[in-house]
Ligand binder design. Structure first.
Ligand SMILES: NC(=O)c1ccc[n+]([C@@H]2O[C@H](COP(=O)([O-])OP(=O)(O)OC[C@H]3O[C@@H](n4cnc5c(N)ncnc54)[C@H](OP(=O)(O)O)[C@@H]3O)[C@@H](O)[C@H]2O)c1
Length: 383
């Protein structure tokens, strides 16, 4: 048998007596410290949505469901038995996420469908596919978003944050309004952020063409637009049994921060990871509000409100400005109308060549253009 070294003997000889430890204040200090930390952590995570109804025979669309909060919303809704369409822009990630949700919830009625909010064409294609397959839509969760990405324009010519966070979801919602109304009572849930409080909407220069680009301003502009539009839409839908609310999920540890140095620089990311874990909500915590708005009976008739931590919260006064709401709505209709017409007609060169080749085709294109313009005009007069 090996003999212990002198150093080891000294170590064991000098070890504090366990009885003495338990007779001291240390166990109490330790218990109080960890209890307090646990309490603070739970408080930071915010309230959980414990109630809510089952979603059997309900059809739900969750945008941006490939990761983060959107995936957690899809998981929760799938657990309640709903048919879930996970609308994601990345096909590989989206399919993997849908597979995860199916496995975890044993609900096989969960599907990926491609949707890139930065492309009006992709939005239109998504809606066409959806309407071909589904007869109803009970809950639309406009969750997808991007935060403080590098400056850039979408293929439709809009600031990326503005289109991803606001204009794309606006167009998607407009195209789905008919089926939402047919399926009423139904619910629309939009997603904003506390940053909307810092926002201003410059309708004359929505794309930062006449001022210096600022990623923070662009983000808060887009999130303020989401709130103003939600209130306007709720008013338009007040006789339709389609509710429309907007939520702020709180600060959650997700990929939304991918463009910030906190997440981009490996050293900073690793050093701050424990603090972020402790101080920020999880994606599951962030999903609670959408679940609350989408599934609880108490929210069945509530519309035109902003929620944070499962209760109504005041918003930036600018979002309540009726004139701004109306101007934003009219501008959004105009922006999406011209994009829709362009999509319907194809680009100029294509139309010109088809002009020469096939007169019938031109007539078809014109008829389709007229239809789009007519449907948009109908919406304007409905509002
Ligand atoms: N996390 C927070 O602290 C926080 C705070 C306030 C508000 N929010 C809001 O909560 C929502 C969810 O964010 P998250 O925290 O869960 O972040 P996330 O993990 O980054 O999720 C965002 C989702 O949106 C998708 N998306 C981005 N651009 C898109 C596009 N052009 N078309 C379709 N989908 C697109 C992303 O897909 P890809 O993976 O393909 O990019 C991803 O699935 C966002 O609207 C965000 O602004 C989050």
């Amino acid at each position: 048998m090996a003999h212990r070294s002198k150093a080891m003997d000294d170590f064991f000889a000098n070890m504090p007596n366990p009885d003495a430890i338990f007779q001291s204040w240390w166990p109490w200090i330790f218990a109080f410290g960890s209890g307090s930390l646990y309490g603070v952590r739970q408080w930071l995570r915010g309230p959980k949505c414990t109630g809510g109804n089952k979603l059997h025979n309900k059809v739900v669309i969750v945008t941006g469901a490939s990761s983060g909060i959107g995936k957690e919303i899809a998981l929760n809704f799938a657990n309640r038995g709903g048919k879930i369409i996970m609308a994601c822009r990345d096909e590989t990630q989206g399919k993997l996420a849908a597979e995860d949700v199916r496995k975890e919830t044993e609900n096989m009625d969960v599907y990926f469908s491609k949707l890139d909010l930065n492309s009006f064409k992709s939005i239109k294609d998504f809606v066409e596919r959806f309407k071909k397959k589904e007869k109803r839509l009970d809950i639309l969760v406009n969750n997808a978003g991007v935060m403080m990405c590098p400056e850039g324009k979408t293929e439709d010519g809009f600031d990326i944050q503005f289109q991803t966070n606001y204009l794309g979801p606006f167009y998607l919602t407009e195209l789905l309004l008919d089926i939402l109304k047919e399926s009423a009572p139904s619910r629309i849930i939009n997603t904003t952020a506390a940053a909307h409080n810092l926002g201003d909407i410059d309708l004359e220069d929505i794309n930062f063409e006449n001022r210096d680009y600022n990623a923070g301003e662009s983000y808060s502009q887009s999130k303020l637009a989401v709130v103003a539009h939600t209130f306007h839409l709720a008013e338009r839908l007040k006789d339709s049994k389609v509710t429309c609310n907007v939520i702020s999920p709180g600060i959650c540890n997700t990929n939304i921060y991918r463009y910030l140095p906190l997440k981009q620089k490996k050293f900073i990311r690793i050093s701050f990871a424990p603090f972020m874990w402790f101080l920020m909500k999880t994606a599951e915590d962030g999903a609670q509000l959408s679940v609350y708005c989408g599934t609880t009976s108490e929210m069945a008739e509530v519309t035109g409100k902003h929620f944070k931590d499962c209760k109504e919260e005041k918003v930036n006064e600018k979002a309540n400005d009726k004139l701004l709401q109306e101007q934003l709505y009219q501008a959004s209709l105009k922006w999406t109308k011209s994009a829709a017409a362009a999509i319907e007609g194809g680009d100029d060169s294509q139309t010109n060549s088809s002009d020469k080749k096939d007169e019938d085709n031109e007539k078809k294109v014109t008829r389709r253009k007229e239809k789009v313009v007519q449907s948009v005009m109908e919406r304007v007069s409905l509002s």
